[in-house]
Design a protein around this ligand. Structure first.
Ligand SMILES: Cc1cc2nc3c(=O)[nH]c(=O)nc-3n(C[C@H](O)[C@H](O)[C@H](O)COP(=O)(O)OP(=O)(O)OC[C@H]3O[C@@H](n4cnc5c(N)ncnc54)[C@H](O)[C@@H]3O)c2cc1C
Length: 224
């Protein structure tokens, strides 16, 4: 299948969401509505190299389809990378950015007839934020949904208040942040111990993984 065309995006807002992590709000002026399936990503072409192949970076869409032409990305800053240096230090509201999307097949099943485990680290939470809001806003029937989100410290937690509030309002949504390098009242350690405790052996469930490579490699040993 051909990739979607390159389009012009406009930065609407950039705001700090957590340590080293910003939320980028982007509008596509030429579209009335930006249509995508929760879990999909877009590709940005950044002016950081002569070669086009070295200018491309993908980011999951962190917002949900809302009939507008605006969407959100949650991006972590690696200071030794020209790509995120450009996004964090040069880009400002009103600037244009070249983008292509939506792309990808990391999406929800047609029916949510089993428990869902969304397991992530860092900005890997982006597609799950999109999927969760989509489920809620469209009143999709579902079983338990567990969001198990690992970060190093509380300063790195993303959308923490938003998910906490959702878990108070929705009896079947369980938000379980896990910190690996800070003592706190919540879960301490890595995400693996949490889903291993919650998922009964042999239980039919959907497991979604997104985030640091090491986490995914380790999780595959337990889940597959
Ligand atoms: C599907 C997907 C979703 C992601 N979502 C997020 C997110 O929500 N938030 C976040 O902070 N990070 C996300 N990332 C990671 C992000 O794309 C970058 O990898 C990260 O910002 C580090 O960038 P880097 O400059 O170290 O380059 P690397 O990703 O290490 O890239 C190194 C080289 O690989 C090539 N390359 C990288 N991406 C592409 C591409 N899309 N197409 C062709 N060539 C490429 C380029 O030549 C580049 O020079 C996502 C990655 C993928 C694949």
């Amino acid at each position: 299948m051909n990739p979607p065309p390159w389009r012009k995006g406009e930065i609407v807002r950039i705001e700090k969401e957590a340590d080293q992590t910003h939320l980028f709000r982007i509008r596509i002026p030429e579209l009335e509505k930006f249509e995508f399936i929760p879990g999909q990503h877009i590709t940005l072409e950044l002016p950081i190299s002569e070669k086009q192949s070295k200018r491309l970076r993908s980011f999951s869409i962190a917002s949900w389809p809302d009939d507008s032409n605006i969407f959100e990305l949650i991006i972590v800053h690696s200071e030794d990378k020209a790509s995120t240096n450009y996004l964090f230090t040069e880009l400002k509201p009103g600037d244009e950015i070249k983008l292509r999307g939506p792309q990808g097949r990391f999406i929800l099943p047609a029916t949510l007839d089993k428990d869902i485990f969304f397991i992530c680290t860092g900005t890997g939470i982006a597609p799950f934020r999109s999927m969760l809001h989509y489920i809620i806003r469209n009143n999709k029937p579902h079983k338990n949904i567990y969001l198990i989100s690992g970060t190093r410290t509380s300063g790195h937690l993303l959308f923490h208040n938003e998910f906490q509030k959702l878990s108070e309002d929705l009896p079947l949504f369980h938000y379980m942040p896990v910190l690996s390098r800070e003592e706190w009242a919540g879960e301490k350690g890595y995400v693996h111990q949490v889903y291993k405790r919650l998922a009964k052996s042999g239980q039919p469930a959907y497991f979604y993984l997104c985030g640091w490579k090491k986490m995914i490699e380790e999780a595959e040993k337990h889940i597959l």
